[in-house]
Design a protein around this ligand. Sequence first.
Ligand code: TEU
Length: 563
Amino acid sequence: MRVNEPWWKTAVVYQIYPRSFADSNGDGMGDLPGVIGRLDYLQRLGVDVLWLSPVYPSPQDDNGYDISDYQGIEPVFGSLDDFDILVREAHARGMRIVMDLVVNHTSDEHPWFVESRSSKDNPKRDWYWWRPPRPGMQAGHPGAEPTNWASFFSGPTWELDPATGEYYLHLFSRKQPDLNWENPEVRQAIYAMMRWWLGRGVDGFRMDVINMISKDTSLPDGVPFAAGGLGNGWPHFVCGPRNHEFLAEMNREVFGDRPLLTVGEMPGVTLEQAVEFTAPERREVDMVFQFEHVNLDQGASKWDIRPFHLRDLKATFGRWQAGLAEVGWNSLYWNNHDQPRVVSRYGDDGPCRVKSATMLGTVLHLHRGTPYVYQGEELGMTNAPFTGIDDFRDIESVNHYKEAVTAGQDPAAVLAALRFMSRDNARTPMQWDDSPNAGFTTGTPWLAVNPNYKDINAAAAVADPDSVFHHYRKLIELRHTEPVVAHGDFTMLLPNDEHVYAFTRSLAGVELLTLGNFTGRSIPVDLPGWAGEKLILGNYPPDGNDGGIVLRPWEARVYRRTV
Ligand code: TEU
């Protein structure tokens, strides 16, 4: 590790979605003892950090991203004792634990909100966003909401509370009321909670929609999406006026000089804003999750699916690599619990599944930044064959279907979009082996297991040296052993080539060339001077052709030379 460089620059993070990872007690839901039971598998993969999606008490309206107690463990996931064992056992295997911090909103069953809604003059009233109906409008009447903002989960962002005749703000579901970060009491309560988790040995935080905590307090309407309809509130709550101030305060009050990893999930963040959020001297967060590369196949909405173009991917990755080369740092991800499986999205989940999964992994992991592996990605898990709307569980998907069909859209078309883009594609249970329910549970899984588990599972992958698992293990090893992978300068090549992704990394006389064929065809690559160089990683056996480079379907290669 280069001196004075933070540890997370050479680290690889593995994201666990506890509901779907491993069930230890047969209730069909994954849990913490299930995670503990798989730590040796994760250690073998070589990852350095485990990011746990929320495991706190929650009515599970949004699968745990609606928290009713920040300093506990949801009983279906286990107990604080289980959590302490997980931290101890992970640390014993050289892996750190990062918690999911969901503080833009709480559950409406959190005592803070229960108090806040109890009366207009409750001391916690101002811990949330309460407003009377729009002037001149009757409470409960369509359009009486204080603003016209559309929620992420369909419908308006305001819910009327008949008891007090006022509305409360919820950017996500009505059971996820937004906290009012303008109130210093709210911020101090959150900082105290975070310090409490650090006291239990936690090594960092993934911060949920942390660029939505500062709103335009004048609460202006957004531009309507359609005449008379709901409007776009994003300009009024994304990267708001006090966002940097709040994150700098959190850093001072909680992180200080602790060797933590902090990553802010920031839908809609621009490169310029990310430079500010991640500039070390500003002491806000270490890195952000930006969304440009996971919106490339989307039009007006995520359900308006468009063809993917490699040039667009290279344009956005190239810009972020260059933009954060001197200041700040990139996160690198294809998958998480909100995105469909990348091999089904940008690869080929049919006959070339293994080749395309390993190619996509290679291209991503050789970029400059911290890679995130989402559970099952290291196996090349695919989107699921959902048939009808009853197969879906995700609130975003279910609400969208209802709203779209009610608005007159063709149910079959809406379903087709869900099949491709729904978050449930990421949430099907982890496929451990070819036993019933893929060894995830001895009970009935909360969401159906992908029937392709007979072929795609961890046991088979670990036993097969050419599997996606072992390719990811080698990618992680390369980041740990080759300083150029973590710290080398990035140079994009062939930016306009629609078939091949090519770039170099260079550091202290060492240069790597990474190539990825994004097609199912053989593609010649005109990059003189590399064909004869040392191939240090590939997803095909060497073709022995030192005369030129012809990439086979979905082939990935990493060459190394000293200059
Ligand atoms: O996601 C925020 C977010 O951007 C997503 O809602 C995204 O817009 C959508 O899923 C893309 O389809 C975070 C969490 O990752 C997500 O699971 C939660 O549902 C959401 O915040 C609210 O907490």
